[in-house]
Design a protein around this ligand. Structure first.
Ligand SMILES: [Fe+2]
Length: 380
């Protein structure tokens, strides 16, 4: 079947790429510029150094550092009230992890449209008077190249979002060096889950397959090394690239049951996104494998399992992901004292709140997700 592939957002990739930010702002016509980040990243001094460089290039620059974990809608509306209403920003620059990049996308919508942000949930926004540049500081979400931002709807206590792609992405592996091992592990497993789900969903295409398999290969080969030594630049560069291309892959393909589960359980059980991604990905592989056994051979190979038969490849690939998670010290839900029944009870919400459950490789409703949640609990 013919399928279209594309890339939404140009990317400047490589060590030192972040130094080019003032040039890019000039190319977009200049400021005023608003940086959007969280207090932790602000505390490293990175964003203030970037803002100083932008000012030195002759542009007005301010910093909003109120981003909170999981990008609650309240943060976006607070930025609108306290910051956007006071100045007409021309360029927004999101710097940080997924929450900062996703908050920046939503704030970009309010820079061109009246709030509150909830008015725009699950809509496509393509204003573009205000330019949005995204600069990740860890290797996980790929949000810099996906249209979607994941926002916590605090009224309904669900993860929802807005489709607002960035206008430019700067991926500089040097910015990821200070991420601690736990963050590196969780974000790496998030990127791995994007690639696996992009490869196993019904929307996969020849281009997304290429990117997804290369992402899997790079993570299998480099995530342990980056967690063991954060200053290993070869590993950091490989992971930064892997995360970015996984973002492109799932933006043009999709995610499916794994992210439906990760979004719902992340909110209900209050667990980090990357942790749930690590635990659910092996189960997603085993669930998908019977739909296309031949394709699983390439996935297993990318995970370092050579010579698997189509019948065995799914189980071997899943076990390779479990081994990686164990090597990284990712804890089980049991070990955290979470009850199996509370995990399985997330099934209905996972199906109801996540439209991309429909791109799972076979019809997937509440009974199937209950089974997947039970397996996620039992098999790790
Ligand atoms: Fe994710």
């Amino acid at each position: 079947m013919p399928n279209e592939y594309s890339q939404l957002c140009p990317v400047l990739f490589g060590e030192g790429a972040a130094d080019k930010l003032p040039e890019k702002i000039a190319a977009f016509g200049g400021g005023p510029v608003l940086f959007i980040t969280d207090p932790g990243i602000r505390g490293t001094g990175l964003v203030d150094r970037m803002a100083d460089a932008v000012r030195a290039a002759g542009f007005d620059a301010d910093v909003f550092d109120g981003v909170e974990a999981d990008a609650p809608d309240t943060t976006i509306d607070a930025c609108d009230a306290k910051v956007l209403k006071k100045k007409a920003y021309r360029v927004l620059v999101g710097v940080g992890g997924g929450s900062s990049l996703d908050s920046a996308k939503a704030i970009a919508v309010l820079a061109e449209n009246p709030g509150p942000v909830a008015k725009y949930f699950m809509t496509w926004q393509s204003g573009r008077e205000v330019k949005l540049i995204l600069i990740p500081t860890n290797s996980g979400t790929g949000s810099e190249v996906t249209p979607m931002c994941v926002i916590h709807d605090t009224v309904n206590n669900i993860k929802t979002g807005i489709l607002r792609p960035a206008d430019y992405a700067i991926v500089d592996p040097a910015l990821t060096v200070s991420a601690p091992p736990k963050v590196t592990a969780y974000t790496g497993m998030d990127a791995l889950s994007h690639a696996v789900e992009a490869y196993t969903c019904t929307a996969a295409n020849v281009h997304s397959d290429l990117l997804a398999l290369q992402c899997v290969r790079l993570i299998a080969q480099n995530l342990r090394a980056a967690c063991a030594d954060g200053k290993n630049m070869a590993a950091r560069s490989a992971l930064a690239f892997a995360s970015n291309i996984a973002g492109i892959a799932f933006a043009e393909s999709s995610v499916h049951a794994g992210h439906a589960i990760a979004h719902e359980t992340g909110v209900v059980l209050e667990q980090p996104h990357g942790l749930i991604c690590a635990l659910v990905t092996p189960v997603v592989i085993e669930y998908s494998a019977p739909c296309f056994p031949e394709r699983m051979v390439a996935l297993a190979e990318a995970l370092g399992v050579a010579g698997a038969t189509p019948e065995a490849a799914g189980k071997l690939a899943a076990d390779a992901v479990r081994a990686l998670a164990r090597d990284l010290g990712i804890p089980s839900l049991k070990s955290m004292g979470i009850a199996r029944a509370d995990v399985v009870a997330c099934a209905a919400g996972a199906v109801e709140h996540n439209i991309f459950i429909n791109t799972a490789p076979k019809p997937t409703g509440v009974p199937e997700v209950e089974m997947l949640l039970g397996q996620m609990y039992d098999t790790y």
